[in-house]
Design a protein around this ligand. Structure first.
Ligand code: BG6
Length: 504
């Protein structure tokens, strides 16, 4: 595996929550595993005046709370590479000073002109910061194929947080703005779900075994459910959530990425290009639901008032009469040979019964049932089921039918279960860490391609645009907090002769 290059990670919007809660703790953990480059600097950029030391002290508090293990000596060592630069990233005036600071790092710390810009700012600032970076001539690699040899060449890459646009059009426009300054291979559209162990484990499960792939298609799989539910409400992100909603926040981004790994064809190899090529094809194959089908393919909801929590519509920051969904269940079809006729159900919600992120692959029942007349402890043979749990546990379970010992003959469904923690005895790392290191290594395998993002938007647009007006009309408080969502979501499944995987 390629080692990460020396570099400076420049975080725009460094005083935000993401830096303190996720990025710095993740980097601290990565340093402990020896995965960071030796010559490495973090430069946080934000408007407030602050010294390096003041920022380090603030970050130490957060790392103690959010990193897996706190070791003051290790932190003190790591904190030396963390620096702060006060300035307004949307203003041209800041950039000469920033450029000087970066050059100083190159001279004193051997960071070799390599820059990893991280946009951890409001999405409304993305395009202007990218333009400022270009105006300040901070990107030299864009003119990359000139003069120096690849090994000597410095690089400049950019990591962009979600939301990546708010619809198909704005995503395409953002992609164009980025593409005018950075090459696609230097644009890292981050999705923390792709840093979760299970996503890469999916590649291994599918393609390093022989027993799954031959049946991984519409002939054997009845349907797939991809669920990410949370018990928490929208918290204090009310205004953000009201302008975003569950489809944009979770389905278009995270759940479609999980989908891509579940549904993709085997890549030719394990390079980023090979993997991304297959993912693009898969996301592009998602059928664009016709406006007439929206009502039968989706259920949206908003959580009602609970014992200790106000109804979503009554929260400060949420517009009166808002029709933004805190819950969404969507059925999508994939128009390709592998999946024709096998629906994928996506489901996400706030204030739900359980925190659960999982993939359920429901196989069809056997072609002929020899056991119709034989008692079954749960009513009958229903088909194997593979459940890949991502959170709260990282575990894979396979349900299959077995004879109950003794006579007369009886059948029961039983499970084989593999728990990642127990099997390997290692805790999963904070998802951001390995992703950041990948960007320093120039590995885009776990980052989204431009076309994937735009195709993902295209697939969910019918549930967001005017075609969804009908299903938004009556969503106010249509599910109780702590429940599994609106009753209509169960009806959606029942119409298809299926049920959600809830309590087992
Ligand atoms: C974020 C969403 O991207 O993912 C949040 O904006 C959500 O609303 C979070 O809570 C869920 O992430 P995880 O890793 O806890 O499943």
């Amino acid at each position: 595996m390629r080692k990460p290059d020396p570099c400076v990670l420049v975080i725009f919007g460094a005083s935000g929550d993401l830096t303190a809660r996720k990025l710095i703790p993740a980097l601290y953990e990565m340093r402990a595993t020896g995965a960071l480059p030796e010559k490495f600097k973090v430069l946080g950029v934000s408007r407030r005046e602050k010294t390096d030391d003041a920022w380090r002290t603030e970050l130490a508090v957060s790392v103690q709370q959010h990193a897996k293990r706190w070791d003051p000596v290790r932190w003190a060592e790591f904190a030396k590479c963390i620096h702060y630069f006060a300035g307004d990233a949307a203003q041209t005036a800041m950039y000469p000073g920033l450029q000087d600071r970066l050059r100083q790092f190159d001279e004193s710390d051997g960071t070799k002109g390599n820059r990893l810009f991280y946009l951890s700012v409001g999405p409304e600032l993305y395009e202007s910061i990218v333009q400022r970076i270009e105006d300040a001539a901070l990107v030299t690699e864009g003119k990359r194929w000139c003069s120096i040899t690849p090994t000597e060449r410095s690089w400049q890459r950019i990591i962009i947080e979600k939301p990546f646009g708010s619809d198909e059009k704005s995503a395409a426009s953002l992609n164009r703005s980025l593409g005018r300054v950075f090459e696609e291979e230097d644009i890292y559209r981050i999705d923390h779900y792709l840093g979760k162990e299970v996503v890469q484990a999916m590649l291994v499960l599918r393609f390093a075994n022989t027993i799954f792939e031959p049946v991984w298609n519409h002939r054997y799989i009845d349907h797939v459910q991809i669920t990410a539910t949370e018990t928490v409400g929208v918290g204090n992100r009310t205004a953000f959530f009201d302008s975003t909603g569950a489809i944009r926040d979770m389905i278009q981004s995270h759940l479609l990425q999980i989908f891509a790994f579940v549904a993709m064809e085997p890549p030719t190899g394990m390079t980023a290009e090979d993997i991304r090529a297959e993912k693009i094809k898969t996301v592009r194959a998602l059928r664009h639901t016709s406006p007439d089908d929206v009502a039968t393919h989706a259920v949206l909801g908003q959580y009602a008032k609970g014992a200790s929590e106000a109804a979503f519509v009554d929260l400060p920051g949420v517009a009166k009469g808002s029709t933004t969904e805190t819950y969404a269940a969507i059925k999508l079809h994939v128009d390709n040979w592998r999946w024709a006729g096998t629906p994928f159900y996506f489901r996400t919600g706030k204030s739900m019964a359980k925190k659960r992120t999982e993939i359920v692959v429901q196989f069809k029942p056997p072609a002929a049932n020899l056991f119709g007349g034989i008692p079954h402890t749960s009513g009958g043979v229903t088909g194997n089921r593979l459940v890949i749990e991502i959170a709260p546990a990282e575990r894979t379970r396979l349900r299959f039918e077995s004879k109950v010992p003794g006579t007369p003959m009886r059948i029961s469904s039983i499970e084989m279960s593999a728990d990642f923690d127990k099997q390997f005895g290692v805790e999963a790392l904070e998802a951001y860490g390995p992703l950041l290191v990948d960007a320093m290594r120039g590995d885009q395998s776990l980052y989204k391609h431009r076309i994937e993002v735009e195709s993902g938007w295209a697939a969910v647009m019918p549930f967001l645009d005017i075609s969804s007006a009908g299903i938004r009309k009556s969503i106010a408080s249509n599910y109780a907090p702590g429940s599994w969502g609106p009753a209509a979501a169960d009806e959606l499944m029942a119409r298809d002769g299926r049920t959600w995987h809830n309590d087992e």
